[in-house]
Design a protein around this ligand. Structure first.
Ligand SMILES: O=P(O)(O)OC[C@H]1O[C@H](OP(=O)(O)OP(=O)(O)O)[C@H](O)[C@@H]1O
Ligand code: HPA
Ligand SMILES: [Mg+2]
Length: 176
């Protein structure tokens, strides 16, 4: 599809928001002994890398790979687990780190799956939230930016695998 992109959230705004998010997360887990941050590949990689370096104390990171969008702009609503976490999460404080919540299908599925493994606690953090698009309610504990219903790219987030390397967040504008 022919399109252009337009900057929506600058690198500096992202940096400042990450400082705030990290402050909230550090306060929330001040008494936690072994926090496990679980990122969802691939979209959360850039956010995870920047966020985990701001978290204090004993922190471990792990990743899961799920996919629901392929190269399209709309969800198939089917969430496939392509790679599971390597860590045993039973009795652990687990923080899921996600780049974007749109319909809520991805996070809802992951949350249900991880809860069955009996973690000590399970919380959700997303950099971007698009509440207008929600199909399933998911409880989110830490939210960076609440954004309108636009297709987003950059800072780890793709359109047909492109733009993950942008250091800022942009919206995609379709063209004739
Ligand atoms: O709330 P939802 O409607 O489920 O959509 C959000 C999910 O969709 C995107 O991932 P995608 O499946 O495209 O994989 P990717 O992270 O590898 O780009 C995004 O990174 C979120 O994980
Ligand atoms: O806005 C988006 N951009 C990229 N991938 C996505 N997956 C769900 N929503 C989006
Ligand atoms: Mg994607």
């Amino acid at each position: 599809m022919k399109h252009t992109i337009e900057e929506m959230i600058s690198t500096q705004e992202i940096d400042e928001k990450l400082d705030l998010l990290a402050e909230q997360i550090n306060a929330h887990y001040a008494n936690s002994e072994r926090l496990l941050m679980v990122g969802l590949l691939k979209g959360s990689v850039v956010f995870m890398a920047d966020l985990c370096r701001r978290i204090k104390g004993h922190v471990e990171i792990d990743f899961m790979s799920v996919s629901s969008y392929g190269n399209a702009m709309t969800s198939t609503r089917e969430v496939k687990i392509l790679k599971d976490v390597q860590s045993d999460i039973q009795g652990r404080d687990v923080l899921i780190v996600e780049d974007l919540i749109d319909s809520g299908n991805t996070l809802n599925k992951i949350r249900e799956m991880l809860l069955l493994r009996d973690p000590k606690s399970l919380a959700l953090c997303t950099l971007l939230d698009k509440p207008e698009r929600r199909e399933i309610e998911v409880p989110v504990d830490f939210i960076g930016f609440t954004i309108p219903d636009e297709f987003i790219v950059g800072y780890g987030i793709d359109y047909a695998e492109q733009y993950r390397n942008l250091p800022y967040i942009a919206k995609v504008i379709p063209q004739e």
